[in-house]
Ligand binder design. Sequence first.
Ligand code: MRU
Length: 347
Amino acid sequence: MMNIVPLKYEDDRLFLLDQTKLPGEEVFVEIKTAEDIYDAIKKLVVRGAPAIGVAAAYGLYVSMRGYQRGDISEFLDLTKNTVDYINSSRPTAVNLSWALKRVLDRIASSRTVSQAKADMLDEAEIIRRMDVESCLAMGELGLSLLKPQMGILTHCNAGTIATAQYGTCLAPIHLGQERGYDFKVFADETRPLLQGARLTSWELEKAGVDVTLICDNMVATVMKEGKIDAVVVGCDRMAANGDGANKIGTLQVAVLAKEYGIPFYMFVPTSTIDLDTKAGADIEIELRAAEEIKNLWYEKQMAPDRVKAYNPAFDVTDNKYITAVITEKGIVRPPFDKGLREVMNRK
Ligand code: MRU
């Protein structure tokens, strides 16, 4: 399966694959400080909910390990401040606060500063390994819903570099590729940051998958033409009632899938399920700079200077549009409130 990863921790140094440079350049940047990891998350050097969580956990460790004094309570206070700072980099994906909280909970009982540092690193590695295993499990479960030769539409990138490895909704595509399923995948480009064009088509093409790139406004057409048998997408935060926030544009894909009778599968590791958030309306949606719409990928600015631009980075797909939620612990079907609670309690 896919051996590309978004993060490397080697010889005590943390490196992130700079996803803003893909597909043109595959370069890693080193993360040394809290500011480095904050910026990397904010600027989408590392992106995708699970990958953000894993990177934040390692980033917290590398930014705290330079602490020299032996005062454990001061160390815990400083770590808590650093967690609040890193948490403020992006609001929507719950994996960020989930991973940082795991690290804080883990070190709460550390007796010395050196023990706390070792525990932090150990917890980051546990989070990374858990994510790899969870992606593999979602790959198998997801594949059980798909049939050979299917046409599959995906939005944004919930692939290997959006996770610790293998991806959430792209994991079954990679597994299917190994097992001769011969899927025909359609990746929409995912304006404005083009994760579909720059990342998904790059990743699937590298894996030898039959992938076709379309513009976001062609989704209805390929569905109407009968080219799509299933939609697979990732998630940034799923509320207790099954409403799922994901990359802007997911909602319109889901609404169209319902109209054309196409199953819509959302891949949601339990680290992305937030039972403390009741419904989609309670999820904070990140607003990003107008510049991303007006000129980021253009040689020349493509909109008048003074025009206003509205750039929400995510939208919420209402649970009524979701056919099934694929977690690493099982597939959840409506009613989601009951099913999600059950799956969260499963060992
Ligand atoms: O803004 P991004 O690129 O971080 O948004 C990513 C997505 O919306 C993904 O679909 C989601 O995080 C799931 S990644 C497995």
